[in-house]
Design a protein around this ligand. Sequence first.
Ligand code: WQD
Length: 356
Amino acid sequence: MKNNRVIVAGGAGYIGSHVCVDLINNGYDLLVIDDFSNSSPESLNRVREITQLTDQSRLGLLQADLASPADYQKIVDTIKLYKPAGAIHLAGLKAVGESVAEPGRYYRININATHTLIDGLDQADGRMIVFSSSATVYGDHNKSPVDETGRTGPTNPYGQTKFFIEQILTDTAISNPHWKICNLRYFNPVGADVSGLIGEDPNGIPNNLFPYIAQVAIGRREKLSVYGDDYPTPDGTGIRDYIHVCDLANGHVKALNFLEQDGNNGSHIFNLGTGVGVSVLDAVKAFEKASGKKVPYEIIQRREGDIAEIYADASQANKILGWQATRTMDDMCRDHWHWQSQNPNGYGDIKDDNKL
Ligand code: WQD
């Protein structure tokens, strides 16, 4: 009988809530560990609504801070009691700019959270982790499309924490052959579940392009600042590989299925991207088309640490995991707008004065 219990660390977040939906729809029982420092408990209510979950025991919650010494023992004891097959690890801070200003906080929180999870799973004999890594680990050292053999070298503390955690997990797997690890290098997650009930709800001023565009379109922000149009790209603006968050979520289910199979011990790396590069101005045009709203913008200077272009070669995930991104840029914009127009102030516990 397969053990279908999975810990989802950071399961109330933007990507986490979409991963929970896909896992539940694929028959898994979940225990979410989240401190709601950058997420809302309401997202889990919406997960229950989307999946029409009646058996509440299938989606448990431990509100705790994986990085806090005060919560350490409670978390480890809870994981031992739950006896999961493994965990999806999405818990951590993720704002690039903030990480440059507060490197110590990023190293402490992102890495301590990982150690707590490893200890809990080891003591529970659930030695399986699918980790939310990032294309940021590639830095600006490769010509796109980038595959998993690309040279790594993050250009900010956030990216360094992702790279260090990949190393910690890989060394853990070397120390004990029972461990099974998938490091998933996300490109740029955007969009929302087709229901419009869950989506991206950043605290304060959005760092990322899509949530900012969406807030301009809904009228919470006056205009978009485009960070430079003097890059060596066709229209001069930055090119990225935007991937629908539901395609990304499905990549986690496929990675879990892969680790559950006999013989896939050790540590594995997979890019999760579409392989299509899209510029900032093309993203603005696509969003205007999907929303029917104008998105005014102003070209300003480049953002420190940004790179001109990066998009994925995700053929490994296709070959080994049987995973493929299926949704287009139009799908991403349509679904992102559906979430934002249905939830102008996100989940409602907005922490800034740009409420509607
Ligand atoms: C995309 C493009 C900007 C905002 C980061 C992390 C990555 C992941 C996603 C966490 C760039 C331009 C942006 C704006 C703009 N994070 N831009 N005006 O920097 O590619 O990736 O976020 O999981 O790990 O590294 O994403 O959305 O910030 O920027 O012009 O207000 O949009 O210059 O070209 P990025 P982004």
